[in-house]
Design a protein around this ligand. Structure first.
Ligand SMILES: *[C@@H]1O[C@H](CO)[C@@H](O)[C@H](O)[C@H]1NC(C)=O
Ligand SMILES: *[C@@H]1O[C@H](CO)[C@@H](O)[C@H](O)[C@H]1NC(C)=O
Ligand SMILES: *[C@@H]1O[C@H](CO)[C@@H](O)[C@H](O)[C@H]1NC(C)=O
Ligand SMILES: *[C@@H]1O[C@H](CO)[C@@H](O)[C@H](O)[C@H]1NC(C)=O
Ligand SMILES: *[C@@H]1O[C@H](CO)[C@@H](O)[C@H](O)[C@H]1NC(C)=O
Length: 671
């Protein structure tokens, strides 16, 4: 007798496929997400690729970096999500979004690996629709291209082609008669560097010191090349070939003029002429920025240029004991401190020596390119792993994961760890793990290349990365030195949709062909209507206690994080007895709403979860309890509430606060 035939819906089929052992999901996403993210794990669960590694520090920092990514997603409501550089507001951000365009390349570099493509896509849309004010130099066209190399989705990239052309033409205001671009180091996010300090006669160097720098010239080269590639895809071959030419010309000028034979390094030439420095004079020392061109595989594969990487291994040069120095110790003003934070008196950012996660990331991206495709013997995968490990260690601050702004090159610890600096997102890391250590080298054609940046004799006995979306497929890459960890045989294995697509006995570069499938659709069905971008404008918050403007704004500022070091949200005042407290949002007009997300923070100190809560709507001149479904209140995660569609001008969260405790509502979102 046959059992009755079950008719499955498409959704049910997918669920079955996911449970199938064929997919070899050796790691348990749910267990890893709850181990690393606790009550906030639902945010991560179906979004991040999962990673395991015999080096537990690397594994721990990998998950910590997704926490940084999540914490820096600012929801702008209708405009979508952007990535912020500082967790909270700083004076030089672009209002009212709080965006800054210098770390955008890292933000997209990390975000391109998320299975949920909304975050990188919204952010790219934001940046090409007025969010990029050219406050800093950037390589966003290139980042958009390299995101496409992962998801294979043309339309979300090609729609920005005209905006890219316009944006990078505006940089002609920094194009010199020599054909090279110049920039004030500050606008390169690199204040107090050799060119700016020397242009001040050693007196300062925060501003000024305009120079022809390796950074801006390689960024522009990468942007031109990306525009050429994108134009080619859309069939605009005239645009494509003109950008191929512009890139070739810039590269030639760059190699001819920025390469310095005496120092064997790409170094700035001064643009400024004054009593201290002269136009076209080379600066007088090596800087880490001289390795940035490899981040885009720009320099020719010529040992003359590749030899510059030997400076990264020399402890008299760019190799500090705790990481990569930004400037060499031979420089007269190496590590001289010029600037202090006005509020705290503590040291401020300078790039005349300190280890900088920003440029460390750039150098490691460049090193992986060099090791992947260049023919050279100056530096090896052993060095890659050593540098990655040094960088990994920087993330620990007295044993706790907390990445700050910059670091001592020759002793442990941060230099700039100001109140604003905690969990700073001005660098990448997971992109280094995925495209470097694990070695997924995304391609424009229908291939997959995996080249782990690990030496044959490495002490990394196993790793596995899975749930990586690539060209519409799901990848897993696994290394098991002796086959004992995963029980699926020794060596390197690459799986596409659960099927073995490539393998090697050792840590080698392997290639597989991968057909092109559609990337997952981006779900924008939930748009927050509660986010206040401009203080004083709707939506407007109010609260029972702790009603100072800034405190109230913080619960509807579109930011969700639960790090205790940098408080986020509205904080109520404590009361002696249990008390009823409330937080309300006035939308300024009738608004259709179906759900809310409450982000409560709690710790072992002042802040506790409320005993209970109710959501009310403003209905004909009075508050009425909304009938719906709500989760039990959750600490340091999202408490979901939903109801049948209703239209109201105001929403209120009412709750019972425990005696002697305060309540922190990190965010109150309404959809
Ligand atoms: C443009 O695309 C064609 C094939 O589609 C390719 O042969 C050519 O190299 C591409 N040009 C550039 C600049 O990428
Ligand atoms: C390289 O830079 C140094 C330091 O500024 C300078 O003395 C030297 O002349 C430069 N070498 C060349 C070949 O331009
Ligand atoms: C790599 O470089 C070496 C030394 O410069 C040279 O002898 C060799 O032919 C090169 N190999 C390739 C594949 O270009
Ligand atoms: C609430 O606490 C703030 C300080 O956090 C204080 O300034 C304010 O007066 C308090 N308000 C009430 C009603 O206790
Ligand atoms: C805060 O609440 C107090 C007491 O209700 C009120 O007098 C004050 O105007 C409120 N402040 C703000 C900024 O709303």
């Amino acid at each position: 007798m046959h059992p009755p035939r079950t008719i499955l819906t498409v959704g049910a089929c997918l669920a079955l496929a996911e449970a199938s052992p064929l997919l070899r999901r050796a790691l348990d996403p749910q267990a890893l997400a709850s181990e690393y993210f606790g009550n906030d794990s639902p945010w991560y669960q179906d979004r991040i690729p999962y990673f395991e590694c015999s080096d537990s520090e690397i594994q721990d920092v990998y998950y910590y970096r997704w926490k940084i990514f999540r914490a820096h997603q600012r929801d702008l409501g209708q405009r979508g999500y952007i990535s912020t550089e500082f967790l909270d507001d700083v004076g030089w951000q672009l209002e009212p979004w709080a965006s800054l365009n210098d770390a955008t390349g890292f933000h997209i570099g990390e975000g391109r690996w998320l299975r949920d493509r909304r975050f990188s896509d919204d952010y790219i849309n934001h940046m090409f629709n007025g969010g990029n004010d050219r406050h800093f130099t950037d390589y966003m066209a290139d980042s958009t291209w390299t995101r496409y190399l992962v998801d294979g989705d043309e339309s979300t990239m090609t729609r920005h082609l005209d905006a890219m052309i316009t944006l990078y033409d505006e940089w002609n205001d920094k194009l010199d008669k020599s054909g090279l671009y110049w920039i004030e180091p500050l606008a390169d996010a690199t204040e107090y560097t050799i060119s700016s300090i020397d242009a001040s006669g050693g007196q300062d160097g925060f501003g000024g010191g305009e120079a022809f720098r390796p950074s801006i010239n390689s960024y522009m080269w990468a942007n031109f090349r990306a525009i050429a590639n994108i134009a080619n895809l859309t069939g605009r071959s005239d645009v494509s070939s003109s950008y191929v030419d512009r890139a070739a010309e810039l590269k030639q000028l760059f190699q001819d003029n920025i390469w310095n034979d005496t120092l064997g390094h790409f170094i700035d030439r001064h643009y400024t002429s004054n009593e201290f420095v002269q136009y076209w004079e080379p600066i007088r020392g090596r800087e880490l920025v001289g390795l940035v061109p490899w981040m885009f595989s720009m320099p020719d594969d010529d040992p003359k240029y590749s030899s510059a990487w030997s400076h990264l291994l020399d402890s008299d040069k760019l190799s500090g004991s705790s990481g990569m120095r930004t400037v060499e110790p031979s420089y007269e003003y190496y590590m001289r401190q010029y600037r202090y934070d006005a509020a705290t008196g503590l040291r401020e950012c300078q790039w005349n020596g300190p280890v900088w996660p920003y440029q460390t990331t750039q150098a490691l991206l460049g090193l992986a390119n060099l090791l992947d495709t260049y023919n050279q013997t100056f530096i090896s995968k052993t060095d890659y792993l050593n540098e990655l490990r040094r960088y990994t260690k920087l993330h620990y601050n007295n044993g706790k994961l907390d990445l700050e702004e910059d670091y001592e090159p020759d002793k442990p610890g941060p230099i700039v760890g100001l109140p604003r600096s905690h969990h700073y997102f001005h660098s990448g890391y997971n992109d280094l793990i995925i495209s470097g250590l694990v070695g997924i080298r995304p391609q424009a054609d229908d291939t997959l290349v995996v080249n782990p940046m690990l030496p044959a004799d490495s002490d990394i006995s196993y790793f596995r990365l899975q749930d990586v979306a690539y060209h519409g497929h799901t990848l897993a890459v696994q290394w098991d030195a002796d086959g004992s960890h995963y029980g699926q045989g020794a060596g390197l294995k690459v799986y596409v949709d659960g099927d073995e697509a490539a393998s090697a006995a050792g840590l080698e570069r392997v290639t597989a062909s991968v057909s092109r499938a559609s990337a997952t659709t981006i779900d924008r069905s939930r748009i927050a209507k509660s986010v206040q971008l401009v203080r004083g404008q709707y939506p407007i918050g109010s609260a029972s206690t702790g009603n100072e403007t800034e405190n109230v704004h913080d619960a509807i500022d579109g930011r969700v994080w639960f790090f205790p070091e940098l408080p986020n949200g509205w904080n109520s005042n404590a009361t002696e007895e249990d008390s009823q407290q409330w937080y309300a949002i006035d939308f300024g007009a009738d608004t259709s709403l179906t759900s809310a997300e409450l982000a409560f923070f709690a710790d072992d100190g002042d802040f506790a979860l409320p005993k209970d809560y109710t959501v009310l709507s403003w209905d004909n001149g009075e508050w009425k309890k909304i009938v719906g479904e709500g989760d039990q209140p959750v600490a340091n995660g999202i408490t979901n509430v939903k109801w049948a569609d209703l239209s109201t001008s105001k929403l209120m969260l009412q709750f019972t606060q425990l005696a002697g405790k305060r309540t922190r509502l990190a965010e109150f979102k309404a959809f």
